[in-house]
Design a protein around this ligand. Structure first.
Ligand SMILES: C[S@@+](CC[C@H](N)C(=O)[O-])C[C@H]1O[C@@H](n2cnc3c(N)ncnc32)[C@H](O)[C@@H]1O
Length: 463
């Protein structure tokens, strides 16, 4: 008898347990998470956001919530394409948007240019929040790549400084930031006269060779050498073709040039479309993206954070001691991506001496893989020492890093179970510089499973 009664009690309790979603247990009822909140690290970041942000801050800067009470968050509106300033309403279009998947990457200018190994913008927004960064404070990305941290910080009203050894990254990050405020009339005119604009850029920077996968040695570009990214390049020869009126100010020119380089990169890799058609299609997307994000941000431009994209070396940061409130970066990983090889086409256009640049690129120095790994550790030790120097005490440096222990086991000639992953190496190096691990989260890598197995988010706090 007794056992039947307790079975019934368990069955009753079970119904109650199963009827409540994990979301309902984690978050207060008035916070509605975005759909597609599936990965554990995302749930964790969403949970921390709900703990450290006020309702007002979640509406303004939260990464993982769609609604606070009746109010839709900026992140939701930005992803759905609705202006953030207008009175909010709940149209069926917005409701159906809840079903789609654009919350992670498909907003602002993040989607421009297919830079390999770039961050998930939504994750960066979440990290900026849980690291306690507030509008007006400064976050640094000492290896900014395509500038994801800078764009996200800018949208959140947080100041940012990004540094990269590659002049092409500086150019790309700046042009993507410029997309948030590039004048729209000239770029629309450029799209209307795309053929002439294409001819202009082929004259300025060279014609792509479809399917050639050309390497740097094939180009003898002297374009932009030494010129800051905010200035239009010196012309190699007077281009034919013409830019429409208003397109030769630095902002517009460089935005269009990024679209050209993006399309030329595609054309070099594939012959699916002739180069001009490829350029037109890419430019159309660039104009669409700039137009959309500026419509969304209309009236809130003053709330954007200042961003500086610089060329430099993460081992010697041009930043004062104890002056910044947060650092986020993802180091290159020598065995996965050769960034110089990948970008050789674009770096060639910019007139960069690749063999010299290779000397300052972390992960690429050294001849054998073993030697590369040793130099990588020495370089990362310097980077972490610089991070500790510029970060204010008590604040957080977050590193997002992938590792593949099977590969490391072969390189180091030790059994896989004895290999220390890159994340452990960096955690230990951080500890030598008073950067102590406070949180470690794991993340599955979907796109690069062959070379990278696991990715980690390491949050190190400055003592
Ligand atoms: C994993 S990528 C960063 C991608 C970036 N998180 C994004 O969202 O696009 C690593 C970057 O480190 C840069 N890098 C390599 N060596 C460097 C150095 N010594 N100083 C600064 N940046 C460096 C590479 O050019 C590359 O862009």
């Amino acid at each position: 008898m007794a056992s039947t009664a307790s079975t019934a009690a368990v069955a009753d309790g079970l119904g109650e347990i199963l009827s409540q979603s994990v979301h309902a247990r984690l978050f207060p009822a008035h916070l509605e998470p975005v759909p597609e909140l599936n990965e554990l690290y995302e749930l964790e970041l969403a949970f921390y956001e709900s703990q450290v942000l006020s309702d007002h801050e979640i509406i303004r800067n939260g990464a993982y919530f769609a609604r606070v009470g009746d109010i839709l968050t900026r992140h939701f509106l930005m992803c759905s394409g609705e202006p953030v300033r207008l009175p909010q309403y709940s149209s069926s279009r917005l409701r159906s948007f809840f079903q789609t998947k654009q919350f992670k990457t498909g907003y602002a200018t993040h989607g421009l240019f297919p830079y390999r190994g770039k961050f998930h913008p939504q994750m960066i927004k979440g990290l900026i929040n849980v690291m306690g960064l507030k509008p007006g404070e400064t976050v640094v990305d000492p290896m900014m790549g395509s500038g994801t941290v800078l764009i996200e910080a800018c949208l959140m009203g947080v100041r940012s400084i990004g540094i990269d050894a590659s002049p092409f990254c500086r150019f790309m990050a700046q042009a993507k930031l410029d997309g948030l405020r590039v004048p729209l009339a000239p770029i629309r005119a450029a799209l209307k006269h795309a053929e002439s604009v294409f001819t202009y850029f082929t004259g300025l920077a060279g014609h792509p060779r479809p399917g050639s996968k050309a390497r740097f040695e094939d180009y003898v570009g002297d374009l932009f050498s030494g010129a800051p990214a905010s200035e239009p390049g010196q012309r190699r020869s007077p281009p034919e073709g013409r830019l429409p009126k208003g397109c030769d100010d630095a902002l517009t020119h460089n935005f269009l040039l990024l679209a050209y380089l993006d399309s030329a990169g595609y054309s070099e890799r594939s012959t699916r479309r002739p180069p001009y058609e490829q350029f037109r299609a890419v430019l159309e997307r660039y104009v669409f993206v700039a137009d959309k994000i500026q419509r969304i941000l209309a009236g809130t431009e003053k709330e954007l954070g200042d961003a500086q994209a610089l060329e430099g070396d993460a081992r010697k940061l041009p930043i004062e001691d104890s002056s910044v409130e947060g650092i986020i970066f993802s180091p290159p990983y020598s065995f996965a991506i050769d960034y110089l090889d990948n970008d050789s086409f674009h770096l060639g256009f910019l007139g960069v001496d690749l063999s010299r640049l290779r000397q300052s690129m972390i992960g690429l120095r050294g001849r054998t893989l073993r030697e590369k790994f040793e130099l990588y550790k020495a370089d990362m030790n310097q980077v972490l020492s610089e991070c500790a120097r510029v970060l204010r005490p008590g604040r957080v440096c977050t590193i997002v890093v992938g590792t593949n222990n099977n590969q490391l086991s072969k390189i180091l000639d030790v059994p896989p179970e004895e290999v220390r992953g890159i994340e452990e190496v960096l955690t230990q190096l951080g500890g030598h510089h008073a950067l102590h691990l406070v949180r470690k989260m794991g993340r599955q890598i979907t796109g690069m499973a062959n070379t990278m197995r696991n990715e980690f988010i390491l949050m190190l706090q400055r003592a």
